[in-house]
Design a protein. Structure first.
Length: 463
């Protein structure tokens, strides 16, 4: 890919204040202590923590494109302690103590990202303004109250405040708000500057990053190695698989995750007059309780980012450039933004992009290391990967070197999810669910009766 194509991947990479010039590719076979597949957040955080606590280690990161090319350079800018499973679902599955431990560990990761950005002099635009979840429409209010009740059950209600519509309006002016749930936990970031800065930090601590190098095969055991066209990288201690959704391009991992697309639209910078109408001066992360998730960020240069899932799943879990710019989905997202902020009718949208996130069969991430096979894995973040990747990097570094991190008992440590079902059933079920949840949302927002198949869709997608 050309430099222009890399910069066009997302606004975040375009605005990363980095030339995006690819680092040298692998030229010959090497032997290292730890070989990492993927120069996104997970791979780079793992390398960072390995090198920071064990400066003598030889660590190499192998990347098919450039650092931050995947979700790490394309996400919505949230740095949040949210987990793919809700607090209620975690409590049912693992109990209240484990649910609370997960959320506390993720907030610890948020704080660790801020601390590392400061110590490594990374201009990540870290803004600790918290998160505001809105009930847009009366139909979303019961779910919002249910969220607050779930936090009460796990002893974290003191971190959340239920807001009446007028209290929400004091923070941000959004249409059809029936309530809000605010937490000071979480922050927003500039994803491109964070990931590119983190790559430079890894190199400064002695790590090697090989870009534009495609891994074609993974071998485990005493001869564990990553195979590329230019040679292999043998790992004496561990191979770390940190490719998230892109791992599905390798035959052995094709059904481990489902590559589900999330797309984003970005406005031009707003004027002072427009911001005075909207408010949102603190820059909280914004979301609603739509089934087809929406998330909003106020960017450091005064734009509004509006993201949502919705690009149709492609048969065979294909990952293509076409899906990154799915026109119908981008148009829908633009209309949703105007529905939230009618005063912005006619505003210009300057950017639209997307990318795949990795979804496990049970919506639950995994962080594991098998010393016998020397294979480590972290992924399955389902769009909640910024803080989770930092936490996974700490956990993997500890597992590989035998050092205690305090996260060993978290319920997603050393776990596996079942593989997704084969095609064509996978395509039929996933496309049905995508369409069904969109129909459910549209009916609720129009105050119509829920579709007849809503119970089936909710059963299939419960998490």
């Amino acid at each position: 890919m050309s430099l222009a194509r890399y910069a066009d991947t997302s606004f975040w990479l375009e605005d990363a204040r980095d030339a995006l010039t690819p680092r040298a590719s692998l030229q010959r076979s090497e032997e290292v202590d730890v070989a990492i597949l993927g120069a996104g957040y997970t791979g780079l955080w793992t390398a960072h923590y390995l090198l920071r606590t064990n400066p003598g280690l030889k660590v190499a990161v192998i990347e098919r494109e450039i650092a931050g090319y995947g979700a790490s350079g394309r996400n919505g800018g949230w740095c949040s302690p949210r987990f793919p499973l809700s607090a209620s679902a975690m409590t049912k599955r693992w109990g209240p103590d484990a649910a609370r431990a997960v959320l506390q560990a993720l907030q610890f990761a948020v704080d660790a990202i801020a601390a590392t950005a400061e110590s490594e002099e990374i201009d990540a635009c870290f803004r600790p303004a918290g998160t505001l979840t809105l009930a847009r429409g009366a139909h979303q209010l019961p779910a919002l109250r249910g969220m607050y009740a779930a936090y009460e059950r796990i002893g974290m209600a003191d971190r959340y405040r239920f807001l009446q519509p007028d209290e929400v309006a004091e923070r941000v002016c959004v249409t059809d708000v029936h309530g809000g749930l605010y937490t000071p936990d979480g922050a927003s970031i500039h994803p491109g500057r964070l990931v590119r800065g983190l790559a430079r930090a890894v190199e400064a601590h002695g790590g090697a990053i090989y870009e534009q190098t495609t891994v074609t095969e993974i071998r485990s055991g005493t001869n564990a190695r990553l195979i590329t066209e230019a040679g292999s990288v043998r790992a004496r201690k561990a191979i770390v698989l940190a490719g998230e959704a892109y791992l599905t391009r390798l035959p052995n991992f094709h059904r481990a995750l489902l590559p589900v697309y999330s797309l984003i639209c970005l406005t031009e910078p707003l004027t002072d007059a427009q911001w005075s109408q909207i408010g949102w001066q603190h820059g909280e992360n914004l979301a609603s309780l739509r089934n087809t998730v929406v998330y909003l960020t106020r960017t450091p240069d005064g734009r509004i980012l509006f993201g949502s899932r919705g690009a149709p799943y492609t048969f065979g879990s294909q990952i293509t450039d076409v899906q990154d710019r799915h026109a119908q989905t981008l148009s829908l997202i633009q209309r949703m933004l105007i529905a939230w902020f009618p005063m912005l009718a006619g505003i210009r949208f300057t950017h639209g992009w997307g990318g795949p996130v990795g979804m496990p069969m049970d919506w639950t991430p995994a962080v594991r290391f098998d010393p016998a096979s020397r294979i480590a894995f972290a992924g399955g973040y389902t769009g909640q990967g910024v803080a989770m990747a930092n936490l996974a990097g700490q956990m993997l570094a500890g597992k590989i070197t035998g050092q205690t991190t305090g996260f060993e008992s978290l319920p997603f440590a050393n776990r596996r999810s079942s593989n997704w079902i084969p095609e064509p059933l996978r395509w039929l079920i996933v496309r049905y669910m995508q369409g069904a949840f969109l129909r459910i949302d549209e009916a609720a927002e129009a105050e119509r009766r829920a579709p007849f198949d809503a119970p089936l869709a909710q059963f299939l997608g419960r998490h």
